[in-house]
Design a protein around this ligand. Structure first.
Ligand code: FES
Length: 482
């Protein structure tokens, strides 16, 4: 078959910046990206790229295809692909400098003490041992862009070492000095990992748990934990709390097309209750009955992300009972962080759906496009935590006159970074400001309350919740509690 692709070319000796070079090559049906590069190389031997095992095991061939890191030897080639190097220092064309990244990965110092890891140790280590050091995770890590964080695979290695009984030392202080608390839990490293290693959940949060047991949790994170323990909530209530303002059952205006329970989350309950009221207005118009259990508490996300899990099970039990006791089949979340937590960290007897999934499933009410140009910020806990990107865009495109894309990137508010490492969060927020300004949009739309709160501090344009835009597209006034 014939494929036309574009390949990034860059020679630091002669070029000031990379350029995309078009190529059309003949390859076999089912060819991999590496076969395409081989075909180009046979026509132009100056093309530089790496490969070794050609079987997804050495990690040397990682490149970026259409903006996403992949292994060139395992990813199927497609017409129109844009092949670029990973976002790492480029040596030439598609070859990046892997040496500094790989040499900084901490290695185990096995003791000469005759300890043999038990089968259960080996099983616990397994999920962290598959790394092929392709550095795809390092190339996308937001914290590494603004700090000297050693990166996801280094934290993976530190946790792998922590689980190995042959390691004589305790590395958690070292991991902290290498930036353990600068990770925003964006999960991007997990999503791009060709070996599907869940570094945030299986390494970073577990190292933070060890830090917690050793009294090394950041003071600001401890305050949040104390607040959850004493009030059931991770943020203090402002003048109004959503759960105090609403009835338990909100009926739609017309025919009932569906029914969901609503998990409000701490931020929409206490800091941004207007957004949750906007959501109720959208649901009333969409024919969806909303049941709001008043017994619900914090989902525990701020505790899990910061390694403070000693009373997590109590929160989980309360939340599950709050909806299960009412026979609710679908629990809807509007906060991306709560949604990701209920989906990934709970074992729920009900289905959990983001508000954008609910509206896509049951259908939107008739809308009139709001005369603005809007861009969309992907909340990490929605994009990477729940793999939801399509639904919010489709909804937004129906609600505004013009939609413009913006490359996804963590805003810096997650993983306890906004509270515990505000400088890091602010630096990432400023990167969002630049990206937003480049779009030329009038407004930035998102769903996550943490993103909304944080980006608003780092944006020259108004930041709106998708539900607020929908209320406007219904011809109504967004909720106001002033
Ligand atoms: Fe070894 Fe692709 S060549 S992983």
């Amino acid at each position: 078959m014939q494929l036309s692709v574009k390949v990034s070319r860059f020679d630091p000796d002669t070029d000031s910046e990379p350029r995309l070079e078009p190529w059309t090559v003949e390859v076999e049906e089912g060819a991999r990206i590496l076969n395409v590069l081989d075909a180009i190389h046979s026509l132009d031997p100056t093309l530089s790229y790496r490969s070794s095992c050609r079987a997804g095991q050495c990690g040397s061939c990682a490149v970026k295809v259409n903006g996403e890191p992949v292994l060139a030897c395992t990813e199927e080639a497609a017409d129109g692909m844009v092949i670029e190097p990973l976002d790492l220092p480029v040596i030439k064309d598609l070859m990046t400098d892997l040496v500094s990244g790989i040499s900084s990965i901490p290695r185990i110092n096995t003791c000469d003490c005759g300890i043999i890891p038990k089968q259960e140790d080996i099983e616990r280590i397994k999920p962290l041992r598959d790394c092929i050091e392709c550095l795809s995770c390092v190339s996308v890590c937001p914290a590494m862009k603004v700090t000297d964080f050693l990166g996801p695979t280094s934290m993976r290695s530190q946790m792998r070492i922590a689980l190995d009984p042959r390691e004589p030392g305790n590395r958690v202080r070292e991991a902290i000095s290498q930036g353990l608390f600068t990770c925003t839990s964006c999960n991007r490293c997990w999503r791009v990992c060709p070996k599907n290693i869940e570094t945030p959940g299986k390494a970073i949060e577990k190292l933070r748990e060890i830090a917690n047991r050793e009294g090394l949790t950041l003071p600001r994170h401890q305050e949040v934990s104390n607040l959850v323990k004493t009030t059931g909530r991770s943020v203090e209530s402002g003048k109004y709390a959503f759960l105090d303002l609403v009835d338990e059952v909100i009926e739609p205006y017309g025919e009932v097309k569906g029914e969901v329970g609503f998990f409000s989350g701490c931020m929409f309950n206490a800091r941004l209750p207007e957004r949750a009221l906007d959501m109720l207005e959208v649901m009333r118009n969409a024919g969806i009955r909303v049941i709001i259990s008043k017994e619900q508490v914090c989902c525990g996300s701020p505790l899990i992300r910061t390694g403070q899990t000693s009373f997590l099970d109590e929160l989980k039990e309360k939340n599950i009972r709050a909806f299960q006791d009412r026979g609710i089949k679908i629990v809807m979340t509007m906060c991306a962080g709560c949604g990701a937590t209920l989906k990934n960290d709970y074992d729920t007897p009900f289905k959990v759906m983001d508000v954008s999934e609910v509206l896509t499933c049951f259908g939107l009410p008739p809308l009139t496009k709001v005369p603005v140009t809007a861009t969309y910020h992907d909340p990490c806990h929605l994009k990477n935590g729940q793999q939801i990107t399509k639904e919010p865009r489709e909804i937004l495109e129906k609600a505004v006159e013009r939609f413009v894309e913006m490359p996804a990137q963590c805003c810096g508010s997650g993983g306890g970074v906004r509270s515990g490492m505000p400088d890091v969060a602010a630096a990432l927020g400023e990167l969002r400001r630049e990206a937003i300004n480049k779009t030329g949009a009038d407004i930035v739309v998102t769903i996550c309350p943490f993103c909304e709160y944080h980006i608003q501090e780092h944006s020259d344009r108004p930041v709106k919740n998708l539900m607020t835009v929908l209320v406007q597209a219904l011809g109504k006034e967004p909720a106001s509690l002033q």
